[in-house]
Structure formats: C-alpha cells, structure tokens
Design a protein around this ligand. Structure first.
Ligand SMILES: [Zn+2]
Length: 81
C-alpha cells in the first residue's frame, strides 16, 4: 500500500470526471465503482503510456463505450438520440 491515492479525477481518455472515489476523497478507505465493473482491455490499451497508473478511467470509458469503434458500431442505433 502506498498511503494516499493520486488526486487525478479526470479520465485520461475523455477528460471527463472519472468518479474515482479514492482520488476525490484522497483516501482508499471508501469503495469505488471500479470494484464492481470489469474494465475493458481495449480501454486500458487506449490509455496513453504516460497516464497508465496515474489516473482512473471514467465509468463509460472503463467498459469500452467510448474508446472502441467496434462496440460503437454494434450499438450504433444508440447514437440517433
Ligand atoms: Zn472517460
């Protein structure tokens, strides 16, 4: 354990709030949404090398909704809102 989390609250893929509880509260004491989801390997692969291990993904990017063209193509009808 390293003590305190990094205060990086923005998603490295889309720059929106990653909703990372440890980053927001500066403590690993509380639970985080990321413990309940399976992070997409494609999303992890899309993170810039300089950001790996530095910031959490946001929930949308973590499950591959934004970074994967393939997934977007499969769910294309959702873009017609
Ligand atoms: Zn994101």
């Amino acid at each position: 354990m390293t003590g305190t989390p990094l205060p990086n609250t923005l998603c490295p893929l889309c720059n929106s709030a990653n909703q990372c509880v440890p980053a927001a509260e500066n403590s690993f004491a509380g639970p985080c949404w990321c413990q309940n989801v399976t992070v997409s390997p494609q999303a992890i692969a899309a993170v810039p090398a300089s950001q790996v291990g530095q910031a959490c993904l946001c929930p949308r990017c973590a499950v591959g909704l934004r970074s994967s063209k393939g997934i977007q193509a499969l769910a294309g009808s959702a873009d017609t809102v």
